[in-house]
Ligand binder design. Structure first.
Ligand SMILES: [Zn+2]
Length: 250
């Protein structure tokens, strides 16, 4: 079969020579793939709207020897707010880079596809910092790095008021076990409960979780450490997102 149809979220769109773009797509049907969009920079291109970064589009792809190409495209939801506001752009870039970093090509994962759509939907309606953290923990779980939050990951004890999150241990560690478990971040019980809710609750309801600023920054620190540990590198757009969230004040 030469042509095939995909439902795709556009993670990345890189301009190449002339009027072409190389797209990184996360599709419902085949997972992450790269595809060439020929001539989309030309003003008259009908595919243009459907291949904008962070859009949800239905694309007809044609198989190629090295890379498949977009022969037709139709935007299903284009989430304009994710490109038109700094806030939206920062968050969507972060989400897209995370999804790209934590997946490999041609490994379908409907959960990741649905999460991307739900997150872009949420971010497109107005940005809530907690949505990015919910995305972090949900994505990590979907790709096999679900953190252990229910009890101490070393001894299994429920743990007291003081707990540490140790990325190398894959989750929380109690006060007894923490000295031997290496570097971790102390995490308050309230932050832990919030993390659990971010993991469990539907993305559409995430805005109902409103942590106080201290809990919010504790969660952000924990997730950042965990992501960096699993990836063994930083997410480039994380810094941009941090600056936008702080309002460029520091
Ligand atoms: Zn323990």
């Amino acid at each position: 079969m030469k042509d095939y149809l995909v439902d795709a979220v556009i993670l990345k769109s890189a301009r190449t020579r002339e009027a072409d773009r190389v797209l990184t797509l996360f599709t419902r049907q085949v997972g992450k793939i790269r595809a060439m969009a020929h001539g989309v920079e030309k003003p008259a291109s009908r595919k243009r709207g459907a291949v904008q970064p962070f859009s949800y589009s239905r694309l007809l792809l044609r198989r190629g020897r090295d890379i498949d190409s977009v022969s037709q495209g139709e935007g299903v939801e284009i989430f304009p707010a994710l490109r038109q506001t700094l806030d939206g752009l920062a968050r969507a870039s972060y989400v897209a880079e995370m999804a790209d970093a934590f997946t490999v090509e041609e490994d379908p994962n409907t959960g990741v596809f649905e999460l991307l759509l739900a997150t872009f939907n949420m971010l497109g309606r107005g940005c809530d910092p907690i949505a990015a953290r919910a995305f972090d923990i949900k994505l990590m779980s979907l790709v096999g790095y679900r953190p252990g939050l229910e009890c101490c990951t070393v001894c299994g004890a429920p743990g007291g008021e003081r707990l540490w999150f140790v990325p190398g241990q894959g989750g929380v560690v109690c006060a007894e076990c923490s000295p031997e478990s290496g570097r971790g971040i102390e995490i308050k019980r309230g932050s832990l409960e919030t993390l659990k809710a971010l993991l469990r609750w539907d993305m559409g309801r995430i805005h109902q979780i409103r942590p106080d600023p201290r809990t919010g920054s504790e969660i952000a620190a924990v997730m950042k450490k965990f992501v960096e540990y699993q990836l063994e590198k930083c997410i480039k757009s994380a810094r941009f997102l941090e600056l936008v969230e702080k309002g460029f004040s520091s």
